[in-house]
Design a protein around this ligand. Structure first.
Ligand SMILES: Cc1cc2nc3c(=O)[nH]c(=O)nc-3n(C[C@H](O)[C@H](O)[C@H](O)COP(=O)(O)OP(=O)(O)OC[C@H]3O[C@@H](n4cnc5c(N)ncnc54)[C@H](O)[C@@H]3O)c2cc1C
Length: 350
């Protein structure tokens, strides 16, 4: 009898955790290592909206829509996975672009439509000045990103996966065109397959095996208030910020760092005056891995057997789909058709 191949996942953020869960659930031998604390870097600081987003080509829309369904599948598989399916109200874009976004996505079969001021006020009654026009997407949601990543990792461990914190992979070791493992400060880890799910750290690690991964890590700002009485029913996207209210009552806001928005002032301005004071709990600047063309980079490394990469923006949305599709490709050699446009070849230098 031949031993099961050993699969090493580098990175314990939501992408590595989801891949590890889907591999372990199918009976694979998996070890996850992380240079820091499992729970990721971008992941723990994420705003964590599960959505299709706007302005994307149709194949990427299809992948994201599938990922939203796969969150529902994951909730059934692992009861501790909980998504707040609150829907979203979006008036971030100018009116003509909101209308074009809603029309195009509705034509693609997505549950989305434009609403006027009265309906926006019914959806979010605490808004001081409801928008004249917004896009309402009732099937979108959010997760607690750190909590759900820990849940995935512990579910993987219950299926036999191993998890090692504080093990930074310094290089990918290749012999005769095949991966043999990774080198860490504390010695070599042998593996038949290495999955690089290292977020913004993926490019540096890929370079040790001769791969150029064009991934940058631009900053974004994340802020949260102390717990507040219920002010929001769902997620809102305004021209200044993105805002949701977590289960514990904290308002969680995100904005791009370049916009230099005073997030607390913007949050206060959004709501009718009320007697509860709004205080910041924290505000941080966090970076997120973004491939050069802003699309996922997921698949086998051409020319080196046993090496697989999974690096993406919108990793919270995509995690369940990328996890199950990567597991299928690694274990059965079948690439999901929805993943076809998102391989590595498109971004390699000629
Ligand atoms: C402010 C903000 C808002 C966001 N909003 C959303 C949103 O609304 N919706 C959405 O879908 N996405 C959003 N994102 C993006 C999303 O959070 C990321 O795409 C996702 O978390 C990436 O997960 P990851 O596992 O690839 O990376 P990470 O969470 O960064 O995890 C990578 C892990 O790899 C480890 N690592 C790196 N190098 C090595 C090495 N050499 N050896 C060992 N370990 C290593 C790191 O320690 C880390 O734990 C947001 C991100 C930010 C920062």
């Amino acid at each position: 009898m031949t031993a099961k191949p050993e699969i090493l996942v580098v990175g314990g953020g939501i992408i590595g955790a989801s891949i590890a869960w889907h591999l372990a659930d199918r009976g694979a031998r998996v070890t996850v290592i992380d240079g820091g604390e499992p729970g990721g870097i971008a992941t723990r600081n994420s705003w964590a909206w599960i959505n299709v987003s706007w302005g994307n080509p149709e194949p990427y829309f299809r992948l994201r829509a599938q990922a939203m369904e796969e969150w529902r599948r994951l909730e059934r598989e692992i009861p501790a996975v909980r998504v707040a399916w609150t829907g979203s109200l979006n008036w971030e874009l100018p009116g003509d672009r909101l209308e074009a976004f809603a029309a195009q996505h509705a034509a693609w079969g997505y549950d989305v439509r434009c609403v006027g001021r009265d309906e926006a006020a019914r959806i979010e009654p605490s808004l001081a000045d409801p928008p004249e026009l917004a896009v309402h997407a009732p099937r979108e949601g959010a997760v607690d990103p750190l909590d759900v990543t820990r849940v995935l990792l512990s579910a993987a461990c219950e299926r036999g996966a191993m998890l090692a914190a504080g093990r930074f992979a310094q290089s990918i070791e290749v012999r005769g065109g095949r991966v043999v493992g990774v080198d860490t400060e504390n010695g070599r880890l042998i593996a038949d397959t290495v999955v690089v799910a290292a977020g913004a750290g993926a490019a540096e690690l890929a370079a040790t095996a001769g791969f150029v991964l064009p991934v940058s890590a631009p900053p974004a700002v994340l802020a949260a208030t102390r717990p507040m009485p219920r002010l929001l029913n769902g997620l809102v996207m305004t021209p200044e910020l993105q805002l949701r209210q977590a289960a514990d009552g904290r308002l969680v806001a995100a904005a791009s760092a370049e916009a230099a928005v005073d997030l607390l002032a913007a949050m206060k301005a959004l709501f009718r005056p009320n007697r509860t004071t709004m205080d910041l709990d924290f505000q941080i600047v966090a970076s997120r891995p973004i491939p050069r063309d802003r699309l996922p980079l997921v698949g086998r490394a051409v020319g080196i057997d046993g090496l697989y990469f999974a690096v993406t923006h919108s990793g919270i949305t995509l995690a369940p789909a990328l996890g199950s599709m990567a597991a299928e490709e690694i274990l059965a050699g079948r690439r999901h058709p929805l993943l076809d446009p998102f391989g590595l070849a498109r971004l390699q230098p000629c």
